[in-house]
Design a protein around this ligand. Structure first.
Ligand SMILES: Nc1nc2c(ncn2[C@@H]2O[C@H](COP(=O)(O)OP(=O)(O)OP(=O)(O)O)[C@@H](O)[C@H]2O)c(=O)[nH]1
Ligand SMILES: [Mg+2]
Ligand SMILES: [Zn+2]
Length: 324
């Protein structure tokens, strides 16, 4: 039995590959640690069968986590401890009692990929991911892929996000546009690539780092709905320096650790207006003399982004009411 520190580099069906100085170990998670991570302030020792089943399905540690393991053999071990995270991408796992599901730990940045078309970009989801990244202290870069198929007006969508201050890369894996720029964005950092399924995340990564040969969806499979091609998480090394985690497609993302009152603060373009509203507790929805709505009317804040704000806020308020 040996004690070792390492980093989770791969995750698949409840097993974690941990890379340490002495080699790589396939680990499980000590169940006591799982419970204490999922329910940090729980005193209830008697959990229902349903809740036990549920926590078994949720992983409270993630790729990128720094961990301490105890190895039981040359290749196997158990994760005993998880160290404080610098950054994270988390979501609230579905269920009656909210539980944090960490998807990625300690990454430097999130490359958020959407297709300009096929599938059409869901800006509500994009804005959600941007909020979640901000909350987790992750830098975001946005990539709009499949520009080869896009209409001329597609650039308007990029401009919305550039005006907010995000770096936006327009790309096409089909004709190579933006691939060099993406390579530059990824150099020397630990990045995660997130976005819906089928937008070309893996195809782009295969172009940035030839030789990875990651599995992408076959053209004939495109019509098969809801199929995820990337189904496990792994960190890949880049020749130019840095590592990239190719994530499976995200269909939905329920925000974690965000309160409705603070939501506008996670929309960078809204921050300058937050103290200009008539009411200090203005929700920026129906109140009179609201500085955010004034900026919206002037076209300084985009109506798309504002719509995302209103949707997200309603959802958070609903959840807060249900919990109180
Ligand atoms: N026309 C066009 N097709 C593309 C482009 N990028 C990717 N594709 C195609 O889109 C399909 C999906 O690509 P993937 O790379 O598997 O998508 P993904 O985002 O990794 O999907 P998941 O792993 O399921 O999350 C493949 O058939 C690609 O060939 C592009 O820029 N233009
Ligand atoms: Mg993929
Ligand atoms: Zn307001």
């Amino acid at each position: 039995m040996a004690n070792d520190h390492g980093i989770i580099v791969r995750e698949h069906r409840g097993f974690f590959e941990v890379e340490t100085e002495t080699g790589s170990y396939l680990c499980t998670l000590r169940s006591k640690l799982r419970k204490s991570l999922l329910y940090p302030d729980s005193t209830n020792k008697h959990q229902s069968v349903a809740s036990v089943r549920r926590i078994k399905a949720i992983s409270p540690v993630a790729i990128g986590d720094q961990v301490r393991i105890v190895s039981s053999s040359q290749e196997a071990g158990v994760i005993e401890e998880v160290f404080t995270r610098r950054t994270k991408l988390s979501r609230a796992a579905p269920g009656r009692r909210p539980v944090e599901q960490v998807m990625i730990a300690n990454a430097d940045q999130l490359l958020i990929v959407f297709a300009m078309t096929n599938p059409k970009p869901n800006l509500r989801l994009l804005d959600r991911i941007l909020v979640a990244a901000g909350v987790g202290r992750l830098q975001s870069v946005i990539c709009f892929n499949k520009m080869d198929l896009a209409e001329d007006e597609a650039g308007d969508i990029s401009r919305i996000y550039e005006q907010v201050g995000y770096r936006v890369v327009e790309a096409s894996a089909a004709n190579g546009r933006g691939v060099d720029e993406l390579g530059q964005v990824l150099i020397g950092k630990l990045s995660a690539i997130a976005g819906p399924s089928g937008v070309g995340k893996t195809t782009l990564l295969n172009l940035v780092q030839p030789g990875l040969g990651l599995k992408v969806r076959e053209v004939s499979e495109i019509t098969g709905k809801g199929r995820h091609t990337t189904t496990y998480l792994a960190a890949h090394k880049l020749d130019a320096g840095g590592m990239v985690i190719d994530m499976p497609g995200i269909r939905e993302l329920s925000l974690w650790e965000v309160e409705s009152e603070d939501l506008a603060g996670w929309f960078p373009e809204m921050i300058p207006y937050l103290d200009g509203c008539k009411y200090q507790d203005c929700a920026h929805v129906t109140e009179p003399r609201c500085a955010i709505k004034a900026a919206l009317a002037e076209g300084i804040i985009s109506s798309d982004r504002y719509e995302s704000y209103v949707h997200l806020r309603a959802e958070l308020v609903g959840r807060e009411r249900a919990a109180s």
